[in-house]
Design a protein. Structure first.
Length: 323
């Protein structure tokens, strides 16, 4: 039996209206049927997501896993990963899609460059509007050391580009356990995942493609939901801090990780605070204070350097309580 060139993992919940477009785009990726494996986890959908998936059973090398009840995106992806057999692995959300040939370009890149993983730009699609988001890396189409692209702390770097669907990953990463998500994280699951990649892999590359289309404004997306699931960035970053504390070589990245955490904290309070009920806002404040209490004051102070006069007042009370 031929080993697939790539396994595409899709975790979908109530994606009846969009997943057909995602699967249709996979038909046009210039692979033979056995070269492209598509694993879809229907994670407790209550609409006809299953029916739409079934329509592509004779057009794709399709593996479908149905969860009677939702187990969350992290567990859904891990379940699909266990079933994946491809030489490389990538992810696609059930409301996004690829331009023709995009995936073939990625597999050619990771194979040709001989790296652990490859990241790429993507298009943000909002109605009829298209906006390109570039990976924050100046060096393209060449093998790079992942640890060289974590800093500086006060500029956007590759750990600030964490979305799993912007990358393609080698089978060796799966064998080392580097593609498993923390099943307890319902949101922000890709932040510690990406940090681990940059801390533990040997090489990566960024390539010039823009064939991934990310649909913005989907009302069912977790990025549009304002409840306590959004607070999972707190345990997510606790795990990042733990990774850095466990290895003296990585302590130099603590300032960057704290800066990341404070930036997301600012975003949650400023952009979503008004939509949070009292219980969720209290959990946010307590969780953030408890997390920062484990960080040295000098690291917090350094992370706040040039943080922005308009942003500092929003998080100032939490930082003060943590000292």
């Amino acid at each position: 039996m031929t080993t697939p060139v790539v396994s595409v993992i899709i975790a979908a919940k109530n994606a009846e209206e969009t997943i057909g477009g995602s699967l249709k785009s996979l038909v046009n990726q210039r692979f033979g049927r056995d070269e492209l494996e598509v694993i879809v986890v229907n994670d407790g959908s209550t609409d006809d997501t299953a029916g739409v998936i079934a329509e592509y059973g004779d057009r794709l090398n399709l593996v479908t896993i149905h969860n009677a009840e939702s187990r969350g995106v992290s567990t859904a992806r891990n379940t699909a990963l266990e079933a994946a057999t491809g030489d490389t692995i990538t992810y696609l959300d059930g409301d996004d899609w690829y331009a023709p040939g995009h995936l073939r370009s990625l597999t050619d890149s990771i194979t040709g460059l001989g790296v652990d993983f490859v990241k790429t730009n993507y298009l943000i699609v909002n109605g009829f509007t298209r906006k390109l988001r570039n990976a924050p890396c100046f060096a393209h189409n060449t093998a790079l050391n992942p640890r060289d692209f974590i800093l500086p702390h006060d500029a956007s770097t590759m750990v600030d580009f964490p979305e799993c669907w912007t990358g393609i990953y080698s089978r060796s990463m799966a064998q080392r356990g580097l593609l498993e998500f923390n099943p307890e994280l319902r949101t922000c699951e890709d932040r510690p995942w990406t940090w681990r990649h940059h801390l533990e892999t040997d090489s990566f590359a960024v390539v010039d493609t823009a064939g991934l289309c990310y649909r913005k404004g989907n009302p069912t997306s977790l990025t549009a939901i304002f409840d306590e699931r959004q607070l999972d960035f707190i345990p997510a970053f606790r795990s990042v801090f733990a990774m850095l504390e466990a290895n003296p070589e990585f302590r130099r990245f603590e300032q960057k990780a704290v800066r990341n955490f404070l930036s997301i904290l600012y975003f949650q309070i400023h952009n979503r605070g008004a939509s949070m009920n009292h219980e969720v806002r209290t959990k946010l404040n307590v969780g953030a204070v408890n997390t920062l209490q484990g960080v040295d004051d000098d690291i917090i102070d350094a992370a706040l350097h040039n943080f922005g006069e308009h942003r500092l007042p929003v998080i100032e009370s939490i930082v003060r309580r943590a000292r």
